[in-house]
Write a protein that binds this ligand. Structure first.
Ligand code: FUB
Length: 311
């Protein structure tokens, strides 16, 4: 009887601890892609010793899964040191495949131009090796002078439309986007701004059917809100809150993917015990569901997360 209770207790403990998906490494700012029936999950890496100071982030990690339940760890595959012109702060990033290559857009602090910047690394496979594709920043703070802050050029998110045109979205307090050339390392036109209610950061674009979805972190502490459009150029119609404030973390950063005909919401929280928090975050996954009219149902953040292998 005692053994049975123990086993039941262990089973409960395992099921209840499914989110965050990695317990022993601090992960943040998830960005996932699907390639060859495999999900590749790229994350930031929180290494702050406690939650009293600020972010300590030096590199980005990669994980992969063929069922969203069992994850393989590939370790750090890119670091701020890979960008000679950067001086640290491996903040949010995003990987996208284009023309058989994998482009990893990253936020870093620029070494010589005040403020944050966006760089891009490239590889032949989703696991690298990645190297700086440009040898300099793609976006620097002095290219956008309409805010007083030096962290407004962060959180890149790239989207390729059905006609093959790719766009870079990014920003903090101002949401921005620009066309990318086919080489993915040059802008192809002006930097545009998008009006979104209470926009803070963490833009993410996805498309389902003929609807474009633009999700983002709003307010502070952050909730994930979203807008929809019939065109990548807008106008964007605000559709409300998608995810409430994530446990014990004022930041909230989402990645939305479709895998094997199911949709997933990947995010981070500061809820993990015993020492999670603002600067010690961990990535979690829950299902995402649509209503018949194309709007998205509110995300239910759970401790269980994904409980069955996705086939
Ligand atoms: O992880 C550092 C910063 O916090 C990211 O760039 C933002 O999106 C927020 O999550």
């Amino acid at each position: 009887m005692k053994t049975l209770l123990l086993l039941l207790g262990l089973g409960w403990a395992l099921a209840a601890s499914a989110n965050p998906i990695f317990k022993d490494v601090r992960t943040a700012d998830p960005a996932a892609i699907v390639h060859n029936d495999t999900v590749y999950l790229y994350t930031g890496h929180d290494e702050a010793p406690d939650n009293k100071g600020f972010f300590v982030m030096h590199d980005w990690l990669v994980f992969s899964s063929t069922d969203m339940l069992n994850w393989q760890r590939h370790g750090p595959k890119l670091s701020t040191k890979d960008f000679k012109w950067a001086k640290g702060d491996a903040w949010a990033s995003h990987v996208i495949e284009k023309n058989g290559k994998f482009y990893w857009f990253v936020t870093v602090r620029h070494a010589t131009i005040n403020g944050f910047a966006i760089g891009v690394a490239v590889a032949d496979t989703p696991l690298g090796p990645f190297k700086d594709a440009l040898g300099k920043a793609l976006i620097t703070n002095d290219m956008t002078t309409d805010t007083d802050i030096d962290w407004d050029d962060i959180d890149p998110a790239v989207f390729t439309d059905d006609d093959g045109q790719s766009y870079l979205f990014w920003g903090n307090t101002k949401a921005r986007y620009a066309k990318l050339k086919d080489n993915m390392i040059e802008l192809d036109g002006p930097i545009n701004t998008i009006d979104l209610p209470d926009f803070t950061e963490a833009l993410w674009v996805h498309k389902r059917g003929d609807i474009y979805y633009l999700s983002y972190a709003s307010g502070f502490p952050e909730k994930i809100a979203y807008a929809t459009s019939k065109s990548i150029h807008g106008p964007w119609q605000y559709r409300g809150i998608l995810n409430e404030v994530a446990g014990n973390s004022p930041t909230n950063h989402q990645s939305i993917i479709e895998f094997k005909d199911k949709w997933f919401f990947i995010y981070h929280t500061g809820a993990s015990q015993p020492d999670g928090g603002e600067f010690r975050r961990a990535v979690a996954i829950d299902p995402l569901y649509y209503n018949e009219d194309g709007s998205i149902k509110r995300i239910i953040m759970t401790s269980e997360g994904i409980t069955e292998a996705v086939k």
